[in-house]
Design a protein around this ligand. Structure first.
Ligand code: KIV
Length: 277
């Protein structure tokens, strides 16, 4: 049975930790789904980890729909959440509704995520009122990186902490089914988690959130040059992939790959008479 918003709500009620992981393509999504992850986020982090941009800001709706469709084709059970990219929900309610609808109708996702709290609460309400589940995202909101002045922790003063609590409450009131807390100090994340009836999903927000989300490329160690503090590498695939490619290069060069078992056979007698002399 497909995971739904009800499944996610019930997990918080049962105090069962909620696991979310990003995926951006068919084959990874299939593995993540088969491993039993209930929430798959097609994050706009794909701008950085798949498309090679320096931030998420250049990511477009068309990029997101393209990757969401690929992910959805690989998923049988998990709930797929599409991340609304920069400025696709700020230029008016009708733009926000049209773009959220594209994720569901064209992308095949079951929910959307958008960044912001009080300032996007009305937009969240209008999207939810149309029957589209919305996940909020507060704390470090990478789409506001220029305004925030860098990828740094949020909510560290009493005033900033209160603002984040207000943001979380506004999202809950607007009908969001869950809220991501990114780079929020653990004691504040714990307080927000206790205050909300909807689940909090943390990334760099400590162990007391109702769930955790990680970027799949970080978790699998696809990059060896930079590991964010909030990430844990459960594998170091960059090294393994490079070693596999190096073996391929040397086997092709020395002639040990391919062997005859890697190609079709035929009766060589059929070639008799085809040689020039
Ligand atoms: O885009 C993304 O991957 C995200 C997660 C870090 C929550 O927003």
């Amino acid at each position: 049975m497909r995971v739904t918003v009800n499944t996610i709500r019930e997990m918080k009620q049962r105090k069962e930790k909620i696991v979310m992981l990003t995926a951006y393509d068919y084959s990874t999504a299939k593995l993540v789904d088969e491993a039993g992850v209930p929430l798959i986020l097609v994050g706009d982090s794909l701008g950085m980890v798949v498309l090679g941009y320096e931030s998420t800001i250049p990511v477009t709706m068309d990029d997101m729909i393209h990757h969401t469709r690929a992910v959805v084709r690989g998923v049988r059970k998990a709930m797929v959440v599409g991340d609304m990219p920069f400025m696709t929900y700020h230029t008016g309610i009708s733009d926000a509704l049209r773009n959220a609808a594209r994720f569901i109708q064209e992308g095949g996702a079951q929910a959307v995520k958008l960044e912001g709290g009080v300032t996007v609460a009305e937009t969240v309400k209008r999207i939810v009122d149309c029957g589209i589940p919305v996940m909020g995202h507060i704390g470090l909101t990478p789409q506001s990186i220029h305004q925030l002045g860098g990828f740094s922790a949020q909510g560290k003063t009493p005033e900033a902490a209160l603002r984040l609590l207000d943001d979380a409450r506004a999202l809950e009131k607007a009908g969001a089914f869950a809220v991501v807390l990114e780079l929020v100090p653990a004691p504040l994340a714990r307080l927000i988690t206790q205050e909300l009836s909807i689940p909090t999903i943390g990334i760099g927000a400590g162990p007391d959130c109702d769930g955790q989300v990680q970027v799949v490329s970080d978790l699998l160690g696809l990059y060896s040059d930079f590991v964010p503090r909030h990430a844990k590498q459960y594998a170091k695939l960059a090294g393994e992939i490079k070693a596999a490619i190096a073996s391929y290069i040397s086997e092709v060069k020395e002639g040990s790959f391919p062997t005859l078992e890697h190609c079709p056979t035929m009766d060589e007698k059929l070639l008799e008479g085809l040689k020039r002399s």
